[in-house]
Design a binder for this molecule. Sequence first.
Ligand code: MG
Length: 301
Amino acid sequence: MNRTQSVLVVDDEKQNRGLLAELLADECRVILAKNGQQALERAHELSPDLILLDVMMPEMNGYQVIQALQQDDATRQIPVIFISALDAPADEERGLDLGAVDYITKPFHPSIVRKRVRNHLLSVHHRHLLENLAKIDSLTEIANRRRYDEALESEWRRCARSASPLSLGILDVDHFKRYNDHLGHAEGDQVLRQIARKLSSFMRRPGDLVARYGGEEFVVLLPNVDADSALALANEIRASIEALALPHPSSPAGRYVTISMGGITAVPSGGDVDPQFFQEADGALYAAKAEGRNRVFWRRG
Ligand SMILES: [Mg+2]
């Protein structure tokens, strides 16, 4: 059904792992773990959409595994289905009390397991859709400010841990108010959509993010990108917007729609985002505008 979704199957018995892997093969990508420790590692690393968890396992049982999963921010949200030979109502109740979304007893019926997994994967899919919708700007269909705020927090921490540079660019459409006044808001919206699409085409690596910050302002977040590369990319972006050749009859900055961009590159430290980081980029944007617009200023933190 949905090959992009994955299920982690945890069972200490090889035969059970094989059976479950086989019966789920058409539904999703299957990841296997043979004990609790391996399950925690794989869940943390691979973020499966669903976990099928055996209860009776040596060393660490399923109850201990689900509690450990809930201690980890990276795995807390992953739904767990217990699969257990313990079929008393009290066992099932205990499993559900611990936070499992479902409880399947062994010996299981393959078609029932398959259908239950399918239903849970569908809910996961719907939940992700809703979560993502809440983070998309409805006009331009790129990320919104909320998504950007979350990404900044997590990339800040990630770059701080690995002592890697983090680059942030803020860009603004030059004389956009004049554009709207002259050509109308519908045309202005169209320009914002075209700029958003062009900006998105520059986001090539997994951590790269472009978001609409508000009005005619966009932000570009580039983890693990040093100041030289960020500045080079920013200049490419600026040139590519000018090259769209969208007529701007009332702009003192040129014949076409242009942007100004300010940026900052720094190696983050500490757990929380330093507000100065954004202010530096914003200051650079202000300077780019003051110097005559349609240009990029970049700072090194
Ligand atoms: Mg077992």
